[in-house]
Each structure stands twice: as structure tokens, then as C-alpha cells.
Design a protein around this ligand. Structure first.
Ligand SMILES: Cc1cc2nc3c(=O)[nH]c(=O)nc-3n(C[C@H](O)[C@H](O)[C@H](O)COP(=O)(O)O)c2cc1C
Length: 211
């Protein structure tokens, strides 16, 4: 079952801060498009913003520029889903719904028009904040307006349960291998100068006591 996460936990839900993604968009007629992205990265904590880069000619770019919305869906490190990621990464003609081609299922989003991808474990619904074109790429930055997750993929404090979420990462062209890492290590701060207190105060101001 998918559960909506409160805004205070959106930041910790996108962890590690870069992950393999299926990004869904719609065109101005509402036709659904999906594509694979290795460049999706959480680039701001509060508010939570997610960036990715895409070639200007791609349907994803055309749709985001036209409708200003996209959903970043994070697939698990599972063979059948990763194979589907490779299918949605193929250059289908404009207007083709890649989710259907890949055997993936749409789930309506909570706050935007593009759908969520049911087989993915985490979903970040975004409204375009800004974009910048350079070097035959566009970098899009979206503000998260809703986030949801499979209920067995987070703990009671909203932290990702790695053994279930199993986030995947793209390990370099030619798009045919993926890696995963989900060992958690609490790491102490060995330095004890005044900067630590300043850092803690800043974190508290940003996130409140519960962080
Ligand atoms: C694993 C994987 C990662 C990819 N990462 C990116 C990426 O970060 N940026 C990009 O422009 N294309 C990336 N691609 C290629 C796009 O998914 C591909 O060009 C796709 O056809 C774009 O579809 P669209 O025209 O429907 O937007 C990736 C493909 C795969 C399989």
C-alpha cells in the first residue's frame, strides 16, 4: 500500500540524494510519457527540490516545458523492474506511453497530472521551479509538492528502510548495469570545535527538534 508522507519527511525519503528514476510527464493533451533517468538528484532540503538533466529534443523535456509538472519515481533494485527501466529508456515515438510498453502500471498522483509508477517504491511529485539549457542538455529543478511511498519502505520516523526500498543507481553508459547500496552506518562527529554547535543550531533551525 502507498502512503503519503508529510512534508517534514520528504527530504529523508529521497535518500541517497541521487538515485535511478523513472520520470513521468504528460503532454498538453494529457498523454502519458515515461523515461529513465540516471541524473535525478535531491538538490535542496527545505523546501525539497529535485533536479535532473535531459536532452532538449526528448519528450520529457518538451512535456515539462509545456506543463511544468513531473513525477520522479524511484525503482527498486529488482531485475524485472530494472529491465522495465531499460524499456522506458528506449526512444519510442512521441505519444507512445512507455509504461504500457514496459508492462508498468500507472497510479494517479496525489497533486499533479503525471501518474506515479506503481512498481516504484517512492514517488516525488514536482512542479517546475527553474530550468537552464547548456551543452545540449536542460537541467530541470522541480519543487516537491507531494511525496508517497510503499508502507513497508519507511520506518515510523520516515527514514527509508533500505532492505525494502532497495534504491538503485545507474552505473554508466551503456545503460545496462545498475548498482545498489543499502547498509546504514551511524557516523559520529570526531571534531569538537565551535563549528559543530553552529552546524547543530543551523540544522535545528532548518528542520526543528525532531531531526
Ligand atoms: C538507466 C538509464 C538512465 C538514463 N538517464 C538519462 C538521463 O539522466 N538523462 C537523459 O537525458 N537521458 C537518460 N536516459 C535516456 C532516456 O531515458 C532516453 O533518451 C529516453 O528515450 C527519453 O525518453 P523521452 O523522449 O520519452 O523523454 C537514460 C536511459 C537509461 C536506460
Amino acid at each position: 500500500m502507498k502512503i503519503a508522507q508529510p512534508e517534514i519527511w520528504w527530504d529523508r525519503l529521497f535518500a541517497p540524494s541521487s538515485a535511478l528514476a523513472i520520470i513521468t510527464t504528460v503532454d498538453t493533451e494529457g498523454a502519458v510519457n515515461a523515461a529513465a533517468f540516471g541524473t535525478a538528484t535531491r538538490v535542496n532540503h527545505n523546501p525539497v527540490d529535485i533536479a535532473f538533466t535531459c536532452r532538449p529534443s526528448k519528450d520529457t523535456s518538451l512535456n515539462v516545458l509545456a506543463t511544468r509538472e513531473f513525477v520522479v519515481n524511484l525503482p527498486p533494485f529488482e531485475r524485472d523492474v530494472l529491465e522495465a527501466v531499460r524499456v522506458v529508456g528506449l526512444p519510442f515515438a512521441r505519444g507512445v506511453n512507455e509504461l504500457t510498453k514496459a508492462g508498468l502500471h500507472e497510479l494517479p498522483a496525489l497533486a499533479v497530472k503525471p501518474p506515479r509508477v506503481e512498481e516504484c517504491t517512492r514517488h516525488f511529485e514536482c512542479v517546475l521551479e527553474w530550468y537552464h539549457e547548456w551543452s545540449d542538455r536542460i537541467m530541470f529543478v522541480g519543487r516537491v509538492v507531494a511525496a508517497s511511498v510503499d508502507d513497508d519502505c519507511v520506518d515510523a520516523q520516515g527514514y527509508v528502510r533500505w532492505e525494502n526500498a532497495r534504491s538503485a543507481h545507474f552505473s554508466g553508459a551503456s545503460y545496462n548495469s545498475f548498482v545498489a547500496a543499502y547498509d546504514v552506518m551511524e557516523v559520529r562527529q570526531p571534531y569538537d570545535g565551535p563549528e559543530v554547535e553552529a552546524y547543530d543550531a543551523f540544522e535545528k533551525q532548518m528542520f526543528g527538534e525532531q531531526h
